[in-house]
Design a protein around this ligand. Structure first.
Ligand code: AMP
Length: 428
């Protein structure tokens, strides 16, 4: 199939061609015709599948069909995203794919001043991209009018629910007109997502795209077994020895991200940490520096890295395995994109055996395991349960006593904290 088979207008096809896309990805091939037909969509597609263009191209086309009212533009498409980074990237995609159209858009998220957003909204936009917390702030201050929304898009809905946004999402939906088209994109289908989908979508076209990176031959996945306290030294050595120039490294916690980044800097490896406690300006700068190659290593937590869109990222390292197996798939989805080969390496210590098993079960594949000379795991070290801090020393007093339930509660707390700092907490 070609883009020209999708009944997209010449102005949109031209913009797609400028991006160098040759043919639609599977999610685009399925979603674009259904959205153009005016149908609701339930799409199982993660980052890296081309999902953004999958909803953005037909949305632009539908909006461009009816020119904005003469008096003032009103918001006709609303896109909700879980994080600021993703909101920015979706905002960029409107500019990219809509560059030959005369539609206007703006992005609103927390952690930055609200006044420029109010001014942009006052001028009138056709498309609004927002994180839920800041959107509700605008609604509370009556600086936003959602009564003309025709298309409502929930991007990365599973992540939004993970971050505790369900109430906010429902509040936003209550502000929308009853008659509208709804598009829900989610990488995974939990019961909660199904409940949301059932209440939101009317007779949706269901689109399920293969998890690109679990099946992709382009991502070489492997595990290095190493003791917890030697991971930093091993990572430093791997980066230096292999002369890696651009590495995205994941840690479970913000503190862990800072600590590792500081360690790498001490080893003269340029590095920056990105997580929910950093200001928006610091996060944007770290990401820009990483993209430009000013810093070689970006150390990130899952939530901060969500939606980071860097084409052809060659190396992703799981410094610590995620406690949610789906996050592994999201993490490695940052490499092996756009036809380029990528490597996803996980440094795994004895404590993480359970997480590794859960990941292998999810991706239905046993990962290759290696040991690096000089970094052989000490067979006398026994596994300790991982609490939310993920740090051995922090848990000394609770050695072997905390249960999976306690861990899950810890996980929830971490998520709630991250949610706050990712969206509402950063409000000024
Ligand atoms: P997404 O899944 O929306 O995060 O998109 C992942 C990446 O794929 C982005 O960098 C897009 O620019 C790129 N992309 C989207 N559609 C296509 C396509 N049809 N062909 C090649 N690359 C694409």
């Amino acid at each position: 199939m070609l883009f020209s088979d999708l009944k997209l207008s010449t102005n949109i096809l031209k913009a797609v061609k400028d991006e160098g896309y040759e043919k639609p990805t599977p999610v685009q091939a399925e979603a674009i015709p259904a959205i153009l037909d005016g149908r609701d969509i339930l799409a199982g597609a993660q980052t890296g599948t081309g999902k953004t263009a999958g909803f953005m191209l037909p949305t632009l086309q539908l909006l461009a069909k009816t020119p904005p009212a003469k008096q003032k533009r009103r918001i006709r498409a609303l896109i909700l995203t879980p994080t600021r980074e993703l909101a920015s990237q979706v905002g960029e995609s409107v500019k990219t794919y809509g560059k030959y159209l005369s539609l206007k858009s703006t992005v609103v998220f927390g952690g930055v001043g609200i006044n420029p957003q109010i001014a942009a909204l006052k001028n009138g936009v056709d498309i609004l991209i927002a994180t839920p917390g800041r959107l509700l702030d605008h609604a509370g201050q009556q600086t936003i009018d959602l009564s003309a929304v025709e298309i409502f898009i929930l991007d990365e809905a599973d992540r939004m629910l993970d971050m505790g946004f369900i109430k906010d999402i429902r509040k936003v939906i209550a502000l929308l007109p009853k008659k509208r088209q709804n598009l829900l994109f989610s990488a995974t289908y939990s019961d909660e997502i199904k409940t949301l989908a059932n209440s939101l979508l009317k007779n949706p076209a269901e689109i399920e795209v293969a998890r690109r990176n679990t099946s992709s031959e382009l991502v070489k996945q492997s595990v290095i077994l190493v003791d917890c306290k030697r991971k930093s030294a091993l990572l430093g050595q791997l980066i230096a020895k292999n002369r890696w120039e651009q590495v995205l490294v994941f840690t479970r916690t913000k503190h862990g991200a800072n600590k590792l980044s500081e360690y790498l800097q001490k080893c003269k490896i340029s590095s920056a940490a990105i997580h929910g406690n950093k200001s928006q300006a610091a996060r944007t700068k770290a990401l820009d520096d990483f993209k430009k190659g000013v810093v070689k290593v970006l150390v990130a937590t899952d939530i901060a890295a969500r939606g980071i869109d860097i084409d052809a990222l060659p190396h992703v390292v799981n410094f610590e395995l995620p406690n949610i197996p789906e996050d592994y798939v999201h993490r490695i989805g940052r490499t092996g994109r756009a036809g380029c080969e990528g490597e996803a390496l996980s440094l795994v210590c004895v404590d993480e055996a359970e997480y590794l098993r859960a990941i292998e079960k999810l991706i239905k594949k046993e990962l290759e395991k290696r040991i690096i000379e000089g970094f052989e795991p000490d067979p006398n070290i026994k596994a300790e349960p991982i609490q939310r801090g993920g740090s051995r020393s922090a848990n000394k007093g609770e050695r072997g006593t905390n249960t999976a339930g306690q861990r899950d509660r810890g996980r929830q707390n971490t998520k709630n904290r991250d949610k706050k700092s990712a969206d509402r907490g950063g409000r000024r």
